[in-house]
Write a protein that binds this ligand. Structure first.
Ligand SMILES: [Zn+2]
Length: 60
């Protein structure tokens, strides 16, 4: 999957950005922030996966 936004090869794909005004995105973003604050990398990754999947559904 091409990602023109990142010119430098990243060790991990950039985390998905929540869509403004979407409650589902805001919920996942909140959970991701909480997970990050608790250093819960697996929960943070889960949220990224769910957010990325959700964004693909609403904005293919
Ligand atoms: Zn959304």
């Amino acid at each position: 999957m091409p990602n023109p936004a990142s010119p430098v090869p990243a060790p991990w794909p950039a985390p998905p950005q929540p869509e403004p005004g979407c409650a589902h995105c805001a919920d996942l973003d909140n959970r991701r922030t909480t997970a990050r604050e608790q250093y819960d990398r697996s929960a943070e990754t889960d949220c990224n996966v769910m957010l990325r999947r959700h964004l693909r559904e609403v904005r293919p």
